[in-house]
Structure formats: structure tokens, C-alpha cells
Design a protein around this ligand. Sequence first.
Ligand code: BGC
Length: 455
Amino acid sequence: MTRWLLVVLAVSLVAGALFGYDQGVISGALTGVKQTFSLSLLMIQVVTSWVTLGALAGSLVAGELGDRLGRKRSILVAGGLFTFGAAVQWAAPSVLILVTGRFVIGAGVGIAAVSAPLYASELAPAQLRGRFVSAYQLAITTGIFLAYLINAQLSASANWRLMLGLAAVPGVALVLIALIAPESPRWLMSRNRRAEAAKETAKVQPDVDVKAQLQSIESAIQQDTQKASWAEIFSPKWRRPLLIALGLAIFQQITGINAIIYYANQIFASAGFSTEVSRATVTLWAIGGVNVLSTFIAIAFIDKVGRRLLLLVGLIGMGVSLAVVGVAFHFIAPTTGVLAASGPTPAGIVTVIALIVFIASFAFSLGPVVWTVMNEIFPAQIRARGVALATAVNWGAAFLVSQFFLSLVDVLGSSWTFCLLALFCAIGWIWIYLRVPETRGLTLEKIQDMWALKA
Ligand code: BGC
């Protein structure tokens, strides 16, 4: 690995960490935010969910931005938005400004989440590409863990401004790294800036035959000009891969991962963890730590046992554990802010154990596998748009879950809400069993042939 390749890797790691930090931090910040602005249930969910709405918007413009400004500059924009959004949240005098800051930071996350993996895949040598993508996944879960760690440190003082404001640290780090990072030769070539493309290629991969590399980029770009229109993406010919990508994107979210990531503290409060410190600690280890560790299982097994098996086994673990949480909540009296000082009840302990199983099952299956399949299932000419659409749908589904989870709990009660999520796992299992083919070990061309045969 050259020094410059490490810089490329750093872009992808910091972008992933920034995505994760933002996902995790709100869980600890909500208690303080609620107190400062005396929020209603609706507004608590708006403060939480507007990040995903911003990310949805960011992911929709990211493709265009990356093509016009270049990869490097769109990553700079993402880092800038992220830093600015963090500062706005830190200083927010009103809830309206706080929500605006949440949206801005979300836009940064959305742009980074599309640009960074694209940047890495364009600059990493083929034999390292898979590992660069796995590293990105791991960075997301590490970012969530770090956010929970900071939440736990600051929980006693409920210093939500600092929790949210510290997101500026990865934001500034991303800006600084992007400033020195090389531009993608593929983008430079698409702008006819051949000399610069040659310079950057030689810098990142000094052992490679620069001329041959640029030639292969050139022919790939020519193929790209035959890129399909939006209408073609919806043509019956590609309906199967499209439905598979969209279905996976939706099931990844409606089975509840971000309800747990965002509202872990609230769930543990209902389960009898009576102090902010005890809640932050159990969130840190039971959710954050387990999420990171279990991602290694996916990295080890995804190319060995295949995607389908990981998805099907993971969904069983997720469904069963959610059903157990549902039953456990049956024995937990609904809390109205007055909590037993005596600590978690037996049903509360069962809830923690079941949530550990849930997070572990998600992290070795739906978490990383969905992103992998989404990126390999489309034929070349519709890949960019197909992935962008599925990513946006993923954020849209994340928005719905984070916007309505607490309301669902309010209307149905915790017990039935978790049973509903378990039901979505069961439906997802049946759908994957019937519809999602195994793609392990197949070249992208072979995967493409699969659709031709079945059409
Ligand atoms: C999902 C995120 C989620 C994260 C949790 C990702 O694969 O797309 O929505 O917050 O996993 O680790």
C-alpha cells in the first residue's frame, strides 16, 4: 500500500465514521434536548428523523455533484456541510434551528455515503476493492460506537450541545484529508484532463502501467455513455434486480435497526435502567460494541457461506429476538417518566439480552449484506442509477421508521410494536427465500446473465 492509497482509505474510513457518529449520537442527546426545549413526542421524532431526510436529499444530489465538481470536491462539500451542521446544532437557540442543523448534517452524510465508496472503488486496485468496502462498513459501526462512548462520558451532565457539536471533529478531519487526497483519475479522464489523470494514477499506484490503466478507464467511460435513462431502469427487463435491490433496502430498515440505534436509551429507560449513566453504558456495550464485533463475522463469511445464508440466518435471529422483546415488554409496566430506582427488572434483563442478539444478527446479515448485494445485482448500464435509487429508498424507509417508531409505541404499546417488527422479519425471510438468488462467487457478468434467462 502506498502512502496515497492510505489517504484514499482514510477518506473512506472517516466518511464511514462520520455517517456512524451521526447515527449513534442522537440516542444520548435526546434526554437533554427534550429537557431544554420541552419537546412533544412528535418533535422528538422530528429532531431525530430529519437527519435521514437530509441524507435522502444528499444522496439524490450526490451523483450529479460528483460528476460536476469531481469526487474530491464533493467529499469536501460533504465535510463542510457536516461541520457546519454540527456547529448549528451546538449553538441552536431554538428547536427549529436545531432541526435545520440536523437536516444540513444529514445532507452531508447523504453526499458522503454515496461519494466516499464511489471514490474508494475508483481509486483502489481491484484486488483490494472488496476490503475497502468492508472497511467502510466497519467504520460506520465504529462511528456509532464512538458516539455512544461520548454519550456515556457526557451523560451525567446531559450535555447534548457538546455531544452533537463534537460531530464537527470528523467533519473537519474529512475536509483536511480531502484537501490533500488525490482526485479520481476516472473523473479527470471523463473531463478530458489526461495529464492530471496520469499524474494521480502514478501517485496512487506507482507499480501500475499508467498508459494501459488510462486506456481501460477510457473504454469503460465509453461504455458508460450508453448509460440507461431513468425510464429504462423501470423496464420489465430489469424488474427483477430492481425489485431485489429495493426490497432489500426496505427490509433492512423496516425490521427496526435504526429504531434501536436511535432510541436505545429510551427503550432501556422503559426496561428499568433508571439513571442516564446506566442507560448510556448499556447502550454503549450492548448495542455499540456488539455491532462492531459482529460486523467481523460478515467480513469473514460473506464470500464463504454466501449472501442468502447470512440473510436468512440473520433474519431468524432478528425476528426471534424482537418477538422476545415484545413478550418481555408485556411484563414491563408502561413508564410515564417515573422509573423504579431499583434498576432493571428481570424482564428488563431479558430485553437487553434479546437486543444484543438482535444487533448481532443484523450486523452479520442485513447490515453489510444488503449493501453488498445492492452494488452487485445491477447490470452495468443501470448500476449507477439503480444503486442511487435503492440508497435513496433506504434513507426514505429509515426516515419513516425514525419518524413514527415512538408514535407507534404510543398507540400500540411497546409490546405490539416489537411484535410488528418481528412480523416484518418473517415477511422479509419468506420474500428473500423465494426471490433473492445467491450471488456469491459470480462475476458481475454472470449475475447479469441470470436476469436474461429468467426474463
Ligand atoms: C444501515 C444503517 C444502520 C447501520 C447500523 C447500516 O447498514 O444502512 O441504517 O444505522 O447499518 O450499523
